[in-house]
Design a protein around this ligand. Structure first.
Ligand code: APR
Length: 309
């Protein structure tokens, strides 16, 4: 069985552990800084195994030694923004956490592929890369799969059709400047630009961009975790099963899309070696402009991280 480690046994991490175990993608190690938390959630999942009939082993631990030999490591450790906290404060705290986590991954699981989930996503994935020193193909972030999933769900609701027939594409940073691409979003191969009026598309795009905030506003405490953990599971599956799926992923760009030394969401081929190919779409001027705006926002975030360290 492959070994999949999840660092951070909070809402996203524990739900990802559950989904990965239920799909039997591998044995799961769940870790956290809080003592007892990963052990308790892992034991609960172990006790669910006979009821759902999965054979994945699940270990909860506070000891990084247990992640040795991991094929894939998912990072969900971090804190969420609390009232009164600035973006800068959050960046500082999560950068420190990601650096500590990444150092331990480099030490104990140097051959692993890392999927970063902690926000602000594009910057935290950059921190993961720079701290581990891994090659960029083995360090990438989960954003576009979630954003595209949200876009697809809104389109299905609007059209009253099955979500299975929808293929959505969202590029850019994971935040206000993300770039949903209606031209590359299809229902059974038909672009939605041919199926839905423009003002409706704009409304669905806007809802997608604010998808995370919509959930936060409803929950009041905490943020989304069912869809984020489902997106993580899809990406882990593509890697472990070497499916070569083409998915929007937050990846390191070295000249692609005219950008260097930055993480940004673009379509890639995911397989056992991680990011096996970056696919460059031919964008219109408006799409290019939107992606550039997103890249500038991520660049500014990375610059502030460089100042901090
Ligand atoms: N090492 C390991 N785990 C840590 C560390 C650390 N240094 N610091 C914090 N954690 C753990 C916390 O103890 C907590 O259990 O990370 C977990 C985070 O879980 P939640 O607070 O429930 O957050 P969650 O909703 O799971 O989101 C995690 O994913 O989608 C993003 O924006 C989200 O950045 C956030 C991350």
């Amino acid at each position: 069985m492959p070994k999949i480690t999840i660092i951070g046994a909070g809402a996203v991490g524990a739900t990802a552990a559950q989904r990965i175990a239920e799909k039997e993608l591998g044995d799961v190690v769940l870790t956290d800084i809080v003592e007892g938390l990963p052990q308790g959630k892992a034991l609960d999942l172990v006790e669910a195994a006979p009821l759902f009939g999965y054979d994945s082993k699940i270990l909860g631990t506070n000891d990084y030694k247990d992640i040795e030999g991991s094929d894939v490591v998912v990072i969900t450790a971090g804190i969420a923004r609390k009232p009164g906290m600035t973006r800068e404060d959050l960046l500082k705290i999560n950068t420190k956490i990601i650096r500590e986590v990444s150092q331990n991954i480099a030490k104990y699981a140097p051959e692993s592929i890392i999927i970063t989930v902690t926000n602000p996503l594009d910057i935290m994935t950059y921190v993961t890369l720079k701290t581990t020193g891994f090659e960029p193909a083995r360090v990438f972030g989960m954003s576009g799969v979630l954003d595209a999933g949200r876009f697809a769900s809104f389109i299905a609701m609007e059209l009253g059709c099955s979500v299975r027939d929808i293929n959505a594409m969202v590029l850019g940073g994971h935040g206000d400047t993300m770039v949903p691409l209606p031209r590359f979003t299809t229902v059974s191969g038909v672009p939605i630009t041919e199926l839905v009026p423009e003002d409706t598309i704009l409304r669905l795009v806007d809802r997608t961009v604010n998808g995370g905030a919509e959930i936060v506003n409803l929950l009041k405490t905490g943020s989304a975790f069912y869809a984020p953990s489902a997106a993580v599971t899809n990406m882990v599956e593509a890697v472990i099963k070497d499916t070569k799926r083409i998915l929007p992923v937050c990846v390191y760009l070295d000249g692609e899309y005219g950008r260097k030394d930055i993480y940004l969401g673009v379509p890639v081929k995911l397989g056992r070696r991680g990011v096996e190919e970056i696919i460059e779409l031919k964008l219109t001027d408006d799409e290019k402009k939107a992606l550039d705006r997103s890249a500038e926002a991520v660049k500014a975030g990375i610059a502030s991280f460089t100042e901090l360290y």
